[in-house]
Design a protein around this ligand. Structure first.
Ligand SMILES: Cc1ncc(C[n+]2csc(CCOP(=O)(O)OP(=O)(O)O)c2C)c(N)n1
Ligand SMILES: [Mg+2]
Length: 338
């Protein structure tokens, strides 16, 4: 029940959503400075699911992400300075400035990897879940992905194996209806509902409104308990909407692949504003408390850009470090010239 969410938990959820919103808006604003030289896929409008994952999962549960990775990292508790420095290609980035926007990794918060190839981190989450089961460590693996990922073969293979072995893994689909410019209706047969397709594979499924943050949190908490209690994987599908262009800082409603009316209808259901209103009406925050939360997040975002600006670029020789694993299983420390 969403009303059961404790005030501190609800405020934690809102703080994560504000972090994503304000950070992504700052990235969009500062992108034209050309200090962030990697492509960026922003999640403005899609703040709910990554934040709920971060609140519901344990710090050592492992999240695997996609091209749209910033929000997933921030939601899981990632360091804002380490993220922005990574976008700047600086040594202080979470991957030493060598990964960029789509290749984030930070094991200290259970954010194992993000990759740019649609669906290819899904089997990694299943592999982590298999290891967790064998090690008996009680951790849950979690794959976050978009609606297009379910069209890749490896998605079905991963779900099948996880179902067969009842692995502790969550498959979390942020269904924003689009794969770049192409709507679901042009990619999948009429009448298909993704969660029904997955349910037919023998997996517990949940479908929900991705703009209803408290309901999303309740669903993820329930799913995580299910997976952790050895009851098997859960597939969760949440309806959401990307406000900005697929890749980059701008709006692209002028391109014609979606209508301004559709965009406005989703923007009117702003998930951040909705949760703000709910917490005030629940009495978890008053207007002053909300303002001070927003101000503290604004300060965190500004500090993150300061960290990125102040961090040095990595030395050129670092480009070759840790690319290969030697026979002893340790990362190679030397340069590789092949
Ligand atoms: C295997 C593969 N095919 C195509 C692409 C090009 N591509 C990058 S993102 C993307 C759209 C993915 O859509 P979705 O999974 O719904 O995520 P969203 O961008 O909507 O968050 C595509 C087709 C890719 N990176 N990998
Ligand atoms: Mg999509």
């Amino acid at each position: 029940m969403t009303s059961d969410v404790a005030p501190q938990t609800a405020i934690d959820l809102l703080r994560r959503m504000e972090r994503i919103r304000l950070l992504e808006e700052a990235i969009a604003e500062r992108y034209p400075e050309e200090k962030m030289r990697c492509p960026t896929h922003l999640s403005t409008g899609q703040e709910t699911v990554p934040s709920a994952i971060g609140v519901a999962l344990r710090r050592d549960d492992q999240v695997f992400s996609t091209h749209r990775s910033h929000a997933h990292y921030v939601g899981k508790g990632g360091d804002l300075g380490a993220l922005v420095a990574e976008l700047y290609g600086k040594a202080g980035g979470c991957c030493g400035g060598r990964g960029g926007s789509m290749h984030l990794s930070d094991r200290s918060v259970g954010f194992v990897a993000s990759t740019a190839i649609v669906a290819n981190s899904i089997p990694l989450a299943v592999g982590a879940a298999l290891a967790n089961r064998l090690l008996g460590n009680g951790r849950v693996g979690c794959a976050l992905f978009g609606d297009a990922a379910v069209e890749e073969g490896v998605f079905s293979e991963s779900v099948n194996f996880a179902a067969l072995r009842a692995l502790p893994v969550l498959f979390v689909c942020e269904n924003n209806q689009y794969s770049v410019f192409t709507h679901l209706r042009d990619r999948q047969p009429a009448g298909r509902r993704i969660h029904e397709m997955v349910a037919a594979m023998g997996v517990r499924t949940v479908v929900g409104d991705g703009n209803d943050a408290l309901a999303v949190l309740a669903a993820v908490e329930d799913a995580a308990a299910h997976a952790r209690n050895r009851k098997g994987p859960v597939f969760l599908e949440f309806a959401t909407y990307r406000w900005r262009e697929h890749c980059g800082p701008f709006y692209d409603n002028d391109l014609g692949y979606r209508t301004a009316g559709e965009f406005e209808a989703w923007r009117a259901r702003d998930p951040v504003a909705r949760l703000e209103g709910e917490l005030v009406s629940r009495g978890d925050l008053d207007a002053a408390g909300l303002r001070s939360l927003q101000e503290s997040v604004r300060a965190e975002v500004a500090a993150a850009f300061d960290v990125a600006e102040a961090s040095p670029f990595p030395p050129a020789a670092d480009a070759y470090r840790e690319l290969f694993v030697a026979q002893d299983g340790m990362p190679s420390q030397g340069s590789h010239t092949e």
